[in-house]
Design a protein around this ligand. Structure first.
Ligand SMILES: CC/C=C\CC/C=C/CC(=O)SCCNC(=O)CCNC(=O)[C@H](O)C(C)(C)COP(=O)(O)OP(=O)(O)OC[C@H]1O[C@@H](n2cnc3c(N)ncnc32)[C@H](O)[C@@H]1OP(=O)(O)O
Length: 306
């Protein structure tokens, strides 16, 4: 246990050094007006749908926060709430996480307006909702399957990494990965660790440095996804249902204990370090340099669209 604490403290010190050395001398934030990125709080609860089938033991959680399933605080709380609701039904043993947006986008990651020129009172709660979502999904008693029919960058990739199995549509436009460095930010250690655990240290190191977004074929090669679905094959939903049924055949206690073996340490680590993690995030993301880079990234996204 002491090893984990000291490793975590080391990482935080490293982050703090990055924050203070690299960003200390940045000039004042130049506020930019980006009209297409202006929303903040969601107005309604209609962000996800949970469909539970006690007969099969499978629940399907569909995300539909238009236009890109980006993760606002309310969106993350809705997903967490739906996971807990599915877990509270003892007949449910498996959860399929998917998107029902017409564009197919799985999730565009964190809602960028939560990070750019943020509401400072809301920012810590926003980050705590992100931590909570990770804890709820990664630590779920349910077997979880990500059915990825579209792009899944950054925190969208976290949603898939937190599942037990990942199925992706084989369309080169659908990319997946932790691209944070391209936005001038860095993945938190618990997310980076998931990446390392799934694709191995060297692949993760290079991909984190470059902010790589993998095509489905590349993602399959590095092990970031487990299976691809080609158009013309059986639908991704059918494949996810089949995989869920396979997991359900394993005695639940053994399945949950096996999950605990590989995930328990990381879950305990973040659970014991949430305040420090939140503090670091808030101080890091509000630095002038990070804000400027985020502003430029948002402009680039808006221009690309035009
Ligand atoms: C210590 C730790 C410190 C910091 C850690 C912070 C961690 C951050 C993790 C994150 O998740 S950061 C977010 C990273 N996300 C991205 O980089 C994705 C950006 N989006 C895209 O690349 C693309 O939009 C897409 C590939 C997801 C989809 O492309 P396409 O199908 O061509 O659609 P559009 O680009 O036209 O987008 C549609 C629509 O959605 C809006 N949008 C997209 N992403 C976001 C987002 N993350 N937040 C808010 N809004 C987003 C985009 O502006 C378009 O909106 P319109 O109203 O113009 O339709």
């Amino acid at each position: 246990m002491s090893v984990h604490v000291s490793q975590s403290a080391h990482k935080i010190q490293l982050w703090r050094r990055l924050g203070s050395v690299q960003y200390r001398d940045s000039s004042l934030l130049q506020r930019q007006h980006l009209s297409s990125f202006s929303s903040k709080a969601d107005r309604n609860d209609d962000l996800v749908t949970l469909e539970a089938s006690p007969d099969t033991g499978v629940a399907t959680l569909r995300m539909h926060r238009s236009p890109a399933n980006s993760l606002s605080m309310e969106m993350m709380q809705s997903i967490s709430g739906a996971i807990r609701k599915a877990e509270s039904d003892r007949k449910i043993q498996s959860l399929i996480l998917t998107s029902s947006l017409p564009s197919g986008i799985f999730s565009a990651g964190l809602e960028l307006t939560e990070l750019y020129q943020p509401d400072l009172a809301r920012l810590p709660k926003f980050w705590e909702s992100f931590q909570q979502l990770y804890l709820d999904l990664y630590g779920s008693r349910l077997s979880t399957i990500a059915s990825i029919g579209g792009p899944a960058p950054a925190a969208g990739c976290m949603l898939s990494l937190s599942c037990d199995y990942r199925i992706m549509t084989d369309n080169p436009k659908c990319t997946i990965g932790l691209n944070e460095s391209q936005l001038g930010i860095v993945a938190p250690p618990w997310l980076a660790q998931q990446y390392i655990d799934v694709i191995g240290n060297r692949n993760a190191e290079l991909a984190l440095l470059l902010g790589t977004l993998f095509t489905p074929q590349q993602a399959l090669t590095v092990g970031l996804v487990d299976e691809l679905v080609c158009s013309g094959d059986s639908s991704i939903d059918e494949m996810a249902q089949r995989k869920a049924a396979e997991f359900i055949r394993i005695p639940p206690k053994a399945r949950v204990a096996a999950k605990e073996l590989t995930r328990g340490t990381q879950i305990a680590k973040l659970s014991g370090n949430r305040e420090e993690d939140t503090e670091f995030f808030c101080s890091f993301v509000t630095t002038d340099t990070v804000q400027k880079t985020l502003g430029s990234y948002l402009e680039m996204l808006a221009k690309r669209k035009k």
